[in-house]
Write a new protein. Structure first.
Ligand code: SF4
Lengths: 625, 504
């Protein structure tokens, strides 16, 4: 049979969206495979949302469940908000990956397996008593068996200069080529990338590109598949797009803010999962005058940020929950010194070391209250990977305005997930006004400088920086007198200064947008969420609305202060439901702040919400009225 | 930047705050010397910053009419580091004590010094906790009786100078509060050094540890007991300049000049020698005179010099950072009004989580030999011989007959479902049967086989077979299918024959 005939028999099926997961051993290059598939789909014009899932141990034993590395992609022709609940197509490179991912696979989904990897030893390492390909355990799925290793070796057999080991390493490109064929994607983006990446290693380029081609051709020429799928380009608003992860977006948002302040960006940090990628994104940006400082510990990182803020830089630190715990004493000093700075907390599963590579949003109350004494602080949370750009910028703006540290609560899911980002015009991004007071000469009749004299509008104190003559002043962590900032143990002073510090944060309400609501302005149920759960909650609310339920969604990005209209908004619905990846922290805050009856929907599995879970909860709550 | 036209005086550095140390505290004299030195260090007043932690010494910034921060316990070096990186133009002073700088802040101290950040660190060492009212500190002597060590401290003290040296300090000096002139000179040297200057200042806590520096802080005794270090000069001390330090092997010793001992025999101070600096740091009063002055001074690139050089180099190479370029340094696609899409490939892939995978990809290709390639091919390619098997219940006599009939040295023993349960070899016959069993027909082979032998499947690499053979000394390895039924057998000779082909 000729190729043409074979192709003619395979039908194209139009899909709105599909969720695919690539999974294999951490040494199989699954993140790379997933990323390449994503990039190609993004360039093709689909809306995308991705979620990598990689082992906590850097070098987990090969072939075991602990070593499984997965990458999930949702590609769609319409606007999508999450990486998808359950994969519909699973590409597995070994038995461990099959075992780890099967429970999440959509019923009736397609599994592509490399049969060559299903040997006795691999099965044993994955904990399979018998080969799942030989029994009934996969009968509810469409299993496509491919002797991938053998085919790949065959395709690469006459490449000289590399051995079988290197050849086997390009197996993932065979799988990728096959996926490209299945979903009708072009190969050029990946081929271009390979060419650049392995410019100095032509034999590796040759092996990988040939494996890619072989995978594609395998789909094309064999009759293993009955269907190919087409997902048309999405209808995104016109503009230029790229794919961005949350950590990349935070980094770019901070660089933008520094530029818009006319200041160097100082980023003092200690490496910690999952925040380190912000450092990795910033460190190469020396030409932006980005001054990264890898401190000796979390405490030093926080101290360095205070010093840099005193010197007049845009000062930022990035960490995760355990790091925030260590930084809390210095954060309190920052609150007393009233200097602007940003603390990025990329939350992970806790408590203690917890689940370093998994996501959770259980540091909200830590951010609000996790320090000694009364220590009000600004708290913001981005809602999606691209929103990390806006909120990082926003954090810097509010810090400077209120002369206060600002906590930006990202999370492991946002940090590593990606979505299309419409590239903004940098000219259109407003400047962040910075007013350092000018020098003065008290000997010539100028009034003495008062470090804690407040701006009547914002309540912030002046940001006088070293190098300004006549403004020499000393500040510290001890209780202070108003205006002068001199050390004072006067009880009245202590209370007044507490009110002043709290007040300037409350005043930010005037500088932040009102809380938006999606759906009816009143009704049976308002779902209130924050942080990285936006996509799942919004999609679930959309589905419930389509099914005729009276439900609306408010996603809170400003957590301290809350938007001015939030209380009023909440009181217009019969019930309020708060889904959170924690034990109910926002619900606790809302109850405390507004004395409203709020129903908490906590999830503590260190995995994002599924749309179906939230949908089911909405139906349950409304049904219970 | 200065707007002051008149030269500054000590008075310009006195703040409006009342000084609140105990009367007689050594801190007063240090404050006075610092204020006196400031006009001479070459910085405008507005370009000077004092940063402290917590402790008696840490009130210092409040009394200096400069910029200043009274921070938190032990962390002053971290604030100072951040400030120095943000503002390399400033003169930054860290004021700390033996508790603040060496106990709670010990980690920050060593790393600030190691990075050679342009700071002046003044460590007031009074060998006691003053602010918390009299507990022993990390520099308190062994056996010292304090409120928290009523029977004497069982801890060994830390040597601040040796610690700074071990942290690769580029400037290390020592002085004492009571010797104001010497202190002033040392402070000026520290100020002029570019990089981290570490100065230990012996300071008298009159309340909780008043006798610590006896012999050194008394104007009448000090010249007898202090060794004033001068670069390039022999180490002579004593009121009458009659004593010196000589090296005996690796150990310094005090010698009396005269009687055959001349200046030429003495150690000559060299600020650039790390070895000498360590020797000096080991000289503890009263066994030795207390060394004072600049112990070590070398020039190295500072942290901020290195960093700002990188900024400059990056800007020279790539131009001053452009935001649009940053945003677009990835694969781009454009959505036009008509919702058609055009992709464009620019920039590099940004998300590369496959470190392990990429590392391996980028490795130099391992010199895989034809031999290694052979070793990872499946055992199946050896075309193993069909096995000769025997039921476990069969008699020894039958087993031996089978071996002879098939001319093999090894039988695979199976159960009633044909699963491999043991292996019976010539060696078993020789070692366990011959001369030991009377009636070969009466006993089953199962009693004399090696039970549960290691078996492999044909899809495993040849290397694994070779491995099992060499570890356990097997000559044969049985092969089974996924259900444990014998499929074949390979011998050591089979493997050798294959590998030999590659040599030829
Ligand atoms: S307690 Fe000691 S160190 Fe502290 S101020 Fe008093 S004398 Fe000085």
């Amino acid at each position: 049979m000729s190729e043409l005939e074979a192709q003619a028999e395979v039908e194209f099926e139009e899909l709105e969206s599909v969720v695919i997961r690539f999974a294999g051993d951490s040494g199989d290059g699954m993140q790379l495979t997933g990323t390449q598939f994503t990039n190609t789909s993004a360039v093709f014009g689909n809306d995308i949302s991705t979620m990598p899932d990689f082992p906590a141990e850097i070098r987990a034993p090969a072939g075991t469940l602990a070593g499984v590395s997965g990458f999930q992609i949702n590609i769609s022709e319409r606007d999508i908000l999450t990486p998808g609940d359950a994969p519909e197509v699973l590409v597995t490179m070994n038995p461990a990956a099959l075992k780890a991912c099967l429970p999440e696979l959509e019923h009736g989904g397609t599994i592509i397996v490399n049969t060559d990897a299903f040997t006795g030893a691999n099965l044993k390492k994955a904990g399979y008593e018998e080969n799942p390909l030989d029994n009934e355990s996969l009968k509810n799925y469409q299993v496509i068996r491919i002797p991938l290793t053998t085919l790949n070796r065959e395709a690469l057999k006459d490449i000289e200069g590399i051995g079988n080991k290197e050849k086997d390493r390009s197996q993932n490109f065979f799988a990728l080529g096959l996926a490209f064929w299945m979903f009708d994607r072009p190969m050029d983006t990946t081929l271009d990338w390979l060419k650049k990446k392995f410019a100095k290693r032509p034999e590796i380029y040759e092996a990988n590109s040939r494996a890619l081609q072989a995978g594609f051709n395998f789909g094309d020429t064999t009759r293993t598949f009955q269907h190919r799928y087409r997902i048309r380009p999405a209808t995104l608003p016109p503009g230029t797009y790229r794919k961005v992860t949350g950590n990349e977006a935070v980094a770019m948002g901070l660089v933008t803010a520094a530029k818009k302040m006319g200041k160097p960006l100082f980023y003092g940090t200690y490496p910690i999962t999952p925040a380190s990628d912000i450092l990795h994104a910033l460190a190469p940006l020396r030409h932006f005058d980005v001054r990264t400082f890898q401190a000796e510990d979390e405490i030093a990182a926080m101290g360095s940020v205070i010093g840099a803020a005193f010197g007049g830089a845009l000062a930022v630190t990035g960490t995760s929950g355990p790091g925030v715990a260590l930084k809390s004493e210095a954060m309190n000093l920052a609150i007393m010194l009233e200097l602007p700075m940003v603390i990025v907390n990329v939350q992970r599963g806790g408590p203690s070391t917890g689940l370093p590579t998994k996501t959770e949003q259980a540091d909200l109350l830590q951010a609000m209250f996790g320090r000694n004494g009364e220590s009000p602080i600004v708290v913001l949370a981005p809602q999606s990977p691209a929103d990390c750009f806006d909120m990082a910028f926003e954090a810097a703006r509010l810090a400077v305005r209120s002369m206060s540290p600002v906590i930006l609560l990202s999370d492991g899911f946002l940090a590593n997930s990606s979505e299309p980002w419409q590239i903004p015009d940098p000219e259109q991004i407003p400047a962040i006004p910075v007013n350092h007071p000018h020098g003065r000469d008290p000997h010539n009749g100028d009034a003495p400088y008062l470090p804690y004299e407040r701006d009547p509008e914002t309540g912030g104190r002046p940001w006088a920086i070293p190098g300004t003559p006549g403004l020499e002043h000393r500040i510290g962590g001890l209780s202070k007198a108003p205006r002068t900032g001199n050390v004072s143990y006067d009880p009245q002073h202590n209370e007044q200064m507490f009110f002043e510090r709290r007040d300037k944060i409350a005043r930010l309400v005037k500088a932040i947008p009102a809380q938006a609501v999606y759906g009816p302005k009143s009704g049976d149920l308002l779902v209130v969420s924050w942080g990285g759960t936006f996509g799942a909650v919004r999609s679930a609310v959309q589905r419930a609305q389509a099914d005729g339920y009276s439900v609306a969604h408010a996603h809170v990005r400003y957590l301290n202060p809350f938007p001015a209209n939030l209380r009023d908004l909440l009181s217009r619905y019969r019930r309020v439901l708060v889904p959170e990846l924690n034990g109910g922290q926002l619900a606790f805050l809302l109850r405390g702040r507004f004395a409203l009856n709020v129903q908490s929907y906590p999830k503590m599995q260190a995995r994002p919400f599924k749309i179906s879970e939230v949908y089911a909860k909405i139906v349950e709550v409304i049904g219970n009225r | 930047m200065t707007t002051e036209t008149l030269p500054l005086t000590r008075q310009d550095f006195v703040s409006n705050q009342t000084v609140r140390w105990c009367p007689g505290c050594g801190d007063y004299s240090i404050l006075a010397q610092v204020q006196k030195t400031m006009p001479d260090i070459g910085f405008a007043r507005e370009d000077i910053v004092f940063i402290s932690g917590i402790g008696c010494s840490s009130r210092f910034p409040y009394y200096m009419n400069t910029y200043g921060i009274h921070s938190i316990h032990g962390r002053a070096p971290t604030l100072a580091s951040g400030l120095a990186i943000a503002r390399p133009d400033l003169s930054i002073w860290v004021v700390t004590g033996d508790g603040d700088g060496l106990s709670i802040g010990g980690n920050h101290m060593i790393h600030a010094i190691r990075r050679n950040i342009n700071l002046n660190i003044l460590l007031f060492n009074n060998r006691i906790y003053g602010l918390t009212k009299g507990q022993y500190s990390p520099t308190s002597r062994h056996g010292m009786v304090t409120k928290s060590s009523p029977m004497g401290s069982v801890e060994q003290p830390l040597n601040p100078i040796a610690l700074a040296l071990a942290s690769e300090a580029t400037f290390v000096a020592r002085s004492i509060d009571a010797h104001t002139q010497h202190l002033g000179e040392v402070l000026l040297e520290a100020a002029h050094h570019v990089g981290t200057s570490f100065v230990e200042i012996y300071q008298n806590c009159v309340i909780f540890n008043p006798n610590e520096w006896i012999g050194l802080d008394d104007r009448r005794l000090r010249d007898e007991n202090i060794l004033y270090l001068k670069h390039g000069e022999p180490m002579i001390f004593g009121k009458n300049h009659d004593k010196g330090i000589r090296l005996n092997g690796f150990m310094p010793e005090v010698v009396q000049l005269g009687n055959g001992v001349s200046e030429d025999d003495l150690l000559v101070h060299d600020e650039t020698s790390m070895q000498l600096a360590f020797i000096i740091s080991s000289m503890e009063f009263p066994h030795f005179p207390a060394p004072m002055g600049v112990i070590r001074r070398v020039q190295k690139q500072t942290y901020t010099e290195g960093l700002m050089e990188q900024v400059k180099a990056a800007q020279a190479k790539k131009g001053v950072g452009d935001l649009y370029e940053l945003y677009t340094s990835a694969d781009l696609w454009t959505v036009t009004e008509r919702e058609t899409v055009k992709g464009k490939q620019t920039g590099a892939l940004s998300l590369e989580l496959d470190d392990e995978y990429m590392d391996e990809m980028e490795q130099k290709p391992e010199e895989t030999t034809a031999m290694q390639d052979q070793l990872i091919t499946p055992i199946a390619t050896l075309q193993p011989r069909a096995p000769v098997s025997i039921d476990a219940a069969a008699s020894l006599a039958k087993a031996i007959r089978q071996m002879n009939a098939h001319r093999v040295g090894c039988l695979l023993v199976t159960d009633k479902d044909d699963r491999l349960v043991g292996i019976f070899t010539e060696k078993d016959v020789l070692m366990r049967v011959v001369g030991l069993v009377d009636d070969l027909t009466a006993v089953p082979v199962a009693n004399y086989m090696t039970p549960n032998p290691i078996a492999l499947t044909t899809s495993l690499p040849i290397a694994q077979a070779l491995y099992e053979m060499s570890i356990h000394g097997f000559r044969h390895v049985p092969l089974v299918d996924d259900d444990g039924r014998p499929e074949g057998i390979i011998s050591f000779r089979d493997v050798v024959r294959r590998l030999k082909q590659n040599f030829n």
